[in-house]
Design a protein around this ligand. Structure first.
Ligand SMILES: Cc1ncc(C[n+]2csc(CCOP(=O)(O)OP(=O)(O)O)c2C)c(N)n1
Ligand SMILES: [Mg+2]
Length: 732
């Protein structure tokens, strides 16, 4: 594996005892070799792209010195890596082989980063702790924060790292070192992403063992750094974050880069906090093969860059210092050429992924949350943590489930806005305050019971919550995070659309991030208005790779949340605010092993004349309408509560429609392109012959939820709306 590091090919070097920043002649030659190898792989890829044997190319050219130095300082399979696409020299230094890189370029089945699923230079290597990289610039930062936090957590809770049967832990290897560094790199451009600042904030505040490396080549495609960054210097802007080691360096000089990176690593490993290293590099090969920088950079500027080229400069340095002679350089370069040629030959012969393999790893292949394994019976005589018995609300039983699972599984951490009882723990200890535990009090008491390092407040930043959770989940923790209101989930959308659900698929199952996002959703609040009433579940059910659950009552919420927490996939768990403390759907505590499999609907009322398919807060409203139409017209309605929206229980829907021949879909979210559209389309497609009437839908108006209660009533679907649709359908 580690050809560049452990088996350097012989090159003729002078054996001088002199060292450079502690680097021996051999190490300097190793640095040069890696830099040169990196450049030659880029050159080879460019050739292969021109021959149409690969389909994309983005180079690490000009960044090699800084990155090779980073690879010398950091430890493969020990530290953790969230690299940028220009980090070829780093990955080589860590032990990735040229063949492995070119396997990704051709899209081979054996590409260790993605099995042919991602573009070249989207690094990933399970054995080396190089975490699967994506294309959106900036998503790496918060995940790296979560990764670093997980390492610190396992150091404090080593028992939590153990394997356990009966849930996701069986399939998740955890390893940590105690003084590991989480490396995350970026271009100058990507520091403009908000998530960069969120990550710097948390890394600083939590003194995390992280190395931020900014590879400043002064351009983000065609946008120059002074347009990108106020004042043109990211170092100046970040300088006031506490606890950091800061350094700015000529990133074309490998020895200077090595010196500051080594100092940075010492600062981090000694527990003082994170480091930010700002390296000035060049970009001689345009942004990518799809870009021609001549369109926006004059020749004079490009000529200046040539003078700084790290490879030619370092070669001259090595010769001048007598570390290697011309002959040694020629031999080394010849060896590298041969190595690249051999790697290219191997990659071009490699097998492509099987055509039907695209289906693999959307979800965990190891643990199926729809399986019978997740079906257990409630134990209503179970004692519950000293609380009184009797009917419990959905809020009570969600809290009870979180409590049970935290006790059972030390890998669970809970964070979000206001979820802690009290961040200033002394107030609680001194009995000055009772504690908050969430704006809806769903996490009440958990910090007091399990401690502030397992239940804590996040900054007011939703991407921070989800991004960190993704990083933690990747390392084997089980974050169960809260988004305070569904209306405010959108800052986390980049992580929720492009990261959390894709980690497993894009890495070909090398990485995964099982986690739970609990979200308070929905309206019917009388005054909830535009920004405290939103639904929008179909936006998430449209995304492969995440499970979406939406319970309507206390017992289901308890059983489904337990499945969500033990599951090996990311789960979006939607909790209707109006149902939290509703008299509808209360239940006694079902014990600490109650689970409901995903994808199993519940027939909440049997009927023979008409099927209603619904979920969430429209379940009680549909039941109300069903009872009225039976009373008034003798129409017997079968009401199906889906409970689980992705996967959803097609069999139960199909069996009911085959029986009643009439179907109405009811949901609280807006009508057009909503969740009901998919169900209606499937029914039209697969049950056409069973239908005696058109498929109908009742949903919110295609607008927003207004504050004025009379307007809110008109906008959201009411039992009378459902009743009217039932009547129409039954009379069709
Ligand atoms: C979120 C996002 N927006 C836009 C892009 C398209 N894009 C890819 S690289 C890039 C420029 C990045 O510049 P910088 O961070 O300076 O890195 P460099 O390429 O210069 O090394 C852009 C705009 C993207 N991949 N992701
Ligand atoms: Mg740049």
């Amino acid at each position: 594996m580690a050809t560049t590091k452990t088996e350097p090919k012989p090159a003729k070097t002078a054996q001088t005892a002199k060292t450079y920043e502690g680097l021996t002649s051999e190490q300097l030659v190793q640095l040069y070799r890696t830099m040169f190898l990196s450049r030659r792989i880029d050159d080879r890829e460019i050739l292969l792209k021109r021959q149409q044997k690969i389909f994309f190319q983005i180079s690490g050219a000009g960044h090699e010195a800084l990155l090779a130095a980073a690879g010398l300082v950091l430890k493969p399979a020990y530290d953790w890596f969230y690299p940028y696409y220009r980090d070829r020299a780093l990955c080589l230094m860590l032990g990735m082989t040229p063949t492995e890189m070119l396997l990704q370029a051709v899209g081979a089945a054996d590409d260790p980063a993605s099995g042919g699923r991602q573009m070249p230079s989207h690094w990933g290597h399970q054995a080396l702790n190089i975490v699967t990289q994506s294309s959106p610039t900036g998503t790496q930062f918060l995940q790296a924060v979560g990764c670093a936090e997980a390492g610190c957590y396992f150091k404090r809770h080593p028992e939590a790292a153990k394997k356990a049967d009966g849930d996701y832990r069986q399939f998740k290897n955890v390893h940590f070192q105690g003084d590991e560094i989480t490396y995350v790199s970026t271009g100058d451009g990507a520091t403009s992403e908000g998530e960069f600042w969120e990550a710097m904030n948390t890394a600083s505040n939590n003194k995390l063992p992280m190395l931020f490396l900014c590879e400043d080549n002064e351009y983000a495609i065609s946008v120059p750094v002074e347009v990108q960054t106020a004042g043109g210097s990211i170092s100046k802007l970040v300088a006031n974050f506490p606890n950091f080691y800061f350094a700015e360096v000529d990133g074309c000089d490998p020895i200077a880069s090595y010196r500051v990176l080594r100092e940075a690593a010492e600062h981090i490993r000694s527990g003082k906090g994170p480091a930010f290293v700002h390296g000035h590099v060049i970009r001689p090969y345009s942004h990518s093969l799809s870009d021609d920088e001549k369109l926006y950079r004059p020749q004079s500027e490009r000529n200046e860059e040539v003078q700084k080229d790290p490879i030619t400069r370092f070669q001259l340095f090595l010769i001048r210092e007598g570390i290697i002679d011309e002959e040694g350089i020629s031999r080394l370069e010849k060896e590298v050429e041969e190595e690249v040629q051999a790697a290219s030959d191997r990659a071009l012969e490699a097998k492509f992924p099987k055509k039907d393999s695209y289906q693999n790893f959307v979800y965990s292949p190891a643990l199926d949350p729809t399986a019978h394994f997740f079906e257990t019976q409630p134990n209503f005589s179970a004692p519950e943590f000293g609380k009184t018995a009797g009917e419990k609300t959905m809020a009570d039983l969600i809290n009870a489930c979180l409590r049970d699972e935290m006790k059972r599984d030390e890998r669970i951490v809970i964070f979000g806005e206001d979820v802690a009882d009290c961040s200033r723990e002394e107030y609680i200890k001194n009995k000055q305050v009772k504690g908050k535990g969430g704006v809806f009090k769903l996490t009440g008491g958990l910090q007091c019971d399990f401690g502030g390092d397992r239940v804590f407040n996040s900054p007011l930043a939703e991407a921070n919550i989800v991004g960190r959770a993704v990083g933690m989940g990747t390392r084997g923790l089980k974050p169960v995070v809260e988004i305070q209101f569904f209306d405010y989930i959108w800052p986390a959308m980049q992580q929720m659309r492009n990261e959390m659900p894709l980690i497993r698929w894009r890495s070909n199952n090398a990485f995964s991030c099982p986690m739970v996002i609990r979200v308070a959703i929905g309206g019917y609040l009388t005054g909830g208005a535009v920004y405290h009433s939103q639904c929008g579940e179909s936006i998430f059910t449209h995304i492969p790779g995440m499970r979406v659950i939406f319970p309507s009552n206390a017992l289901d919420a308890n059983g489904l949340l337990r499945t969500a927490i033990r599951c090996d996939d990311p789960v979006l768990f939607l909790e209707h605010k109006r149902l939290y403390r509703e008299p509808f759907g209360r239940s006694p505590y079902p014990g600490n092993e109650y689970m409901i499999p995903f994808g199993k609907a519940k027939v909440v009322q049997q009927g023979s004349d008409l099927t209603v398919v619904t979920y969430g807060a429209t379940v009680p409203r549909s039941l109300q309408a069903a009872q009225r139409i039976e009373r008034e017209k003798g129409v017997k309605v079968e009401v199906i509560d889906l409970r689980s929206l992705n996967p959803f229980d097609w069999e139960t829907v199909a069996a009911s429609v085959a029986k009643t021949n009439r179907v109405l879909i009811v949901h609280e979210d807006t009508l057009s392109w909503g969740y009901g559209a998919e169900i209606a389309a499937r029914i039209a497609d697969q049950l056409f012959d069973s239908l005696d009437a058109p498929v109908k839908r009742v949903a919110a108006k295609d607008t927003f939820v207004a504050y004025q209660p009379e307007l809110e009533d008109v906008i959201l679907p009411q039992p009378t709306d459902v009743y009217k649709a039932m009547l129409e359908l039954s009379q069709y």
